[in-house]
Design a protein around this ligand. Structure first.
Ligand code: MEV
Length: 298
């Protein structure tokens, strides 16, 4: 029995969403994680990261063990071998941990005909996310579970259908900082006078971006994304590498270019309005940085 989940990308609103502001995230269907279950004597995992029974898991996979233990305890399921296959880059802003948790829960759901609605699935995924970083907003969990873009805040979750004349070029810098660390880094600014006003500005930009999307106003959306990037820079979430990627995209005529997700590495996204320009930005990312690139229609 198999369960699967797709990746996500945040268009705008990362980090400020942790403090209650709105963010916009979209599903990325080309990237998925699958979990296949086979009943066994003891729990084990087969994946490119690690293969072995649960007693041999590296520390980074402890959340998986806890999720499985908790599912099996709650529903009296027997031990299983969990075969994980994924083409979602890890720690790059694609929501790989939320997708893994979703795939695992869905695999049990399918095998045991478990009646879990989206709300209950969300809770399981958030349980896993809390084990991987202290204060997950829930945006990753929500977007990997659903097939539509969302405007998300802790109070509001509204589907935001997109039919834009726009393309998103996503490039992986291959530089990595765990989300746990970038979220903790932002928290160190908590006592500074600039912090709350900056978060309020970022929150306002995400709200305006949602309005621009509803009006199919791509230049305005781009403007909000570029300004948001300035805020992320202020929070020291950019690196020399991500700045070089952003420069490459803007030089090739991207309307906007910014970090996505936790930052301090990870992926950079570039917004453009024609497929030809998207192709040209993709080529620049590959030629200049040898980067893995994906293009999404918005
Ligand atoms: C991570 O994809 C997005 C962050 O805003 C963290 C979160 O929302 O939990 C950095």
């Amino acid at each position: 029995m198999t369960g699967s989940a797709h990746a996500k990308i945040i268009l705008i609103g990362e980090h400020s969403v942790v403090y209650g502001h709105k963010a916009i995230a979209i599903p990325v269907f080309d990237l998925t994680t699958r979990c296949t279950l086979k009943e066994d004597q003891e729990n084990s995992v087969k994946s490119t990261l690690h293969t072995g029974n649960f007693t041999t898991l590296p520390e980074t996979m402890n959340p998986l063990e806890k999720l499985v233990d908790s599912l099996q305890e709650t529903y009296a399921f027997p031990p299983h071998t969990h075969t994980i296959e994924s083409n979602i880059p890890i720690g790059a802003g694609f929501g790989s941990s939320a997708a893994l948790a979703t795939a695992v829960v869905r695999a049990y759901q399918a095998k045991y005909d478990l009646k879990l609605d989206d709300g209950a699935l969300f809770k399981w995924v958030q349980y896993f996310e809390r084990l991987t970083h202290d204060n997950p907003s829930g945006i990753d969990a929500l977007t990997v579970i659903h097939d539509t873009p969302f405007v998300f805040s802790k109070e509001e979750k509204t589907a935001l259908p997109m039919h834009l004349d726009a393309y998103l070029v996503i490039a992986d810098t291959m530089e990595r900082t765990p989300t746990k660390e970038s979220v903790a880094h932002v928290a160190t600014f908590g006592g500074e006078g600039f912090f709350t006003p900056l978060l309020n500005r970022l929150g306002a930009l995400s709200e305006k971006a949602a309005l621009s999307i509803r009006k199919n106003d791509v230049p305005k959306l781009a403007d909000h994304m570029n300004r948001f990037m300035e805020g992320l820079r202020h929070l020291e979430l950019s690196t020399e590498t991500t700045d070089r990627y952003i420069e490459t995209a803007l030089e090739r005529g991207a309307l906007a270019a910014k970090l996505t997700g936790g930052g301090m590495g990870g992926c950079v996204i570039a917004l453009t309005d024609t497929p030809d320009k998207a192709k040209s930005i993709e080529k620049a990312f590959v030629n200049t940085h040898n980067a893995p690139v994906w293009i999404s229609r918005l």
